[in-house]
Design a protein around this ligand. Structure first.
Ligand code: HEM
Length: 488
């Protein structure tokens, strides 16, 4: 009996030793690891940002963690992140392929595609298509202005009352990307859009939450009926809806005369020969990627912007003065007007800096054995860019810890953009929708500030600026009051 217990004990010890992650030679340092769990207990999985900051203080700008047996390297600070994703761009341009979102998205799409020809072809195609639809030209501006008019109507209906802006901004961003991708917008109470928004909200909440971390760290639990299965069902539902829209496009399209992204992709499919990386399956996930990447990001940035502008009324007023002066006699703002609005530009950039909308970027992965700051990082290692650490890094900003547009203005009051402004990341994986997002933020904020005053309601108490953590961080729900401005 004693021998059996001893043997069992030995076997358990052996097993634990096998499941004890080990740092390879010259791998970045980090906190001690436990068998099976790795370094999971060092992180608050609901919001690990403070832990990442604490670990940076102990281990420096390059340190390692283990999600179960899986190693990850966290990189912080402008200099280190630039060295990795810009200077050693290709080495760090991969995406991990064994995480929860890879399974949910069936390894299709562009956001999570690994570095290689499928990603390159789809990225290039998306950039080119959005450019042809007028990114940087007037027609994209027209699309955005049409949607802004709906936001203005919503605000006019709420004059004098208190309103929750979450849904309004979410719908504006969602409709703009929907027009680009599917050529259509949806009324705010449309059943289809409600289902899509719910799928997206559930998926993004889950993608880097507790259950996703457990799914990534402990493969044994993957077949079990646990809450993460909901994400697979949501994805199935989205793909079904998207397939319906693509089928409608097939019936109504005129080849060579594309109306939107889906038509462009179908034209491309007609032209591609054997061995092409384009397929209808990939199209469906590509629509998902653009939609999901383009909605929460822009709407959470707008929410942050108006939260701060209401609580810094002198900044709101100074924006309005500049807008009135530059747009005097003009019907609508154009994207080109930004060159004459240094203060507004500074405010929008400061909003993006403080909003820190995608705090950990999208996880990267090394494409070959490489080195960073003297450490060796093997091929296939997950790399987490702590963008937060750059956007509030001391030494990079005049006022790193406060909301202050002076961060983007020089002594002459001209707009300047420090290199550490990285909310869209940098390097070859940099946000593909940067052009669209910048245009949306500028046109929406300028139009709304020109027409309305935004007021923090008297009964709303003290504002809570602490964001809610997620793949995209978002301000806590708040309400606003709007007044028509006399001078527009
Ligand atoms: C304020 C708005 C936005 C912010 C802050 C933002 C930020 C980011 C960040 C940090 C990344 C990860 C880059 C990396 O891995 O290094 C990213 C990737 C991406 N974004 Fe955005 N984004 C915004 C808006 C948009 C919009 C409007 C679209 C849609 C057109 C979009 C489409 C994408 C795509 C497709 C990728 C993946 C690129 C790739 O892997 O090659 N984003 N974005």
């Amino acid at each position: 009996m004693l021998a059996s217990v001893l043997l069992l004990g030995l076997f358990v010890c052996f097993l634990l030793l096998q499941l004890q992650p080990r740092r390879p030679k010259n791998f970045p340092p980090g906190p001690p690891c436990l068998p099976v769990l790795g370094t999971l207990l060092h992180l608050n999985l609901e919001n690990p940002l403070k832990d990442f900051q604490r670990l940076r203080q102990s281990y420096g700008n390059v340190y390692s963690l283990f999600f179960g047996l899986k190693p990850a390297v966290v990189i912080s600070g402008f200099k280190t992140i630039k060295e990795a994703i810009v200077i050693k761009a290709v080495d760090f341009a991969g995406r991990p392929q064994d995480l929860f979102p890879n399974y949910v998205t069936q390894r299709n799409g562009v956001i999570l595609a690994d570095y290689g020809s499928v990603w390159r072809d789809h990225r290039r195609f998306a950039l080119m298509t959005m450019r042809n639809f007028g990114l940087g030209k007037k027609s994209m501006e027209e699309r955005i202005h049409e949607e802004i008019q709906c936001t203005v109507d919503t605000l006019v209906k709420s004059l004098g009352a208190t309103l929750s802006p979450q849904f309004m901004f979410h719908n504006a961003a969602s409709n703009i990307i929907c027009k680009v991708v599917f050529g259509t917008r949806y009324e705010y109470d449309d059943e289809m859009i409600k289902i899509i928004v719910k799928c997206f909200t559930d998926l993004t909440k889950m993608a880097n939450g507790l259950w996703a971390m457990l799914y990534n760290s402990i493969p044994l639990i993957r077949p079990l009926p646990l809450p993460f299965n909901k994400a697979f069902k949501d994805m199935e539902m989205y793909l079904g809806l998207a397939a319906g829209l693509v089928n409608e496009h097939k019936k109504t399209r005129v080849p060579g005369e594309p109306r939107d992204f889906v038509d462009c992709y179908l034209d491309e499919l007609d032209q591609q020969g054997e061995g092409s990386s384009f397929s209808e399956e990939k199209l469906l996930m590509h629509t998902f990627d653009l939609y999901v990447a383009g909605t929460d990001t822009t709407s959470n940035t707008l929410l942050t912007g108006f939260l701060y502008l209401m609580n810094y009324p002198h900044i709101q007023e100074r924006c309005q003065q500049e807008i009135d002066q530059v747009l005097e006699g003009k019907d609508k703002v154009t994207f080109d007007d930004r060159h004459n609005m240094p203060y507004m530009q500074a405010v929008i950039h400061e909003v993006q800096r403080i909003a820190n909308t995608v705090p950990l970027s999208v996880f990267h992965c090394t494409t070959k054995d490489t080195e960073l700051m003297g450490y060796s990082i093997p091929k296939g290692t997950m790399v987490i860019q702590n963008l937060t650490s750059v956007l509030n890094e001391e030494g990079q900003w005049k006022f790193p810890h406060e909301f202050n547009p002076e961060n983007f203005l020089n002594d002459k009051g001209e707009f300047v953009k420090p290199e550490a402004f990285m909310p869209f990341s940098a390097g070859p994986r940099m946000c593909l929708g940067e052009g669209l997002a910048r245009m949306e933020l500028f046109l929406i904020m300028v139009t709304l500030l020109r027409k309305f005053n935004f007021i923090w309601p008297e009964d709303a108490g003290k504002p809570d600026f602490t964001p809610v953590y997620g793949i995209t961080s978002t301000p806590k729900p708040y309400t606003m009051k709007v007044q028509l401005r006399s001078k527009q």
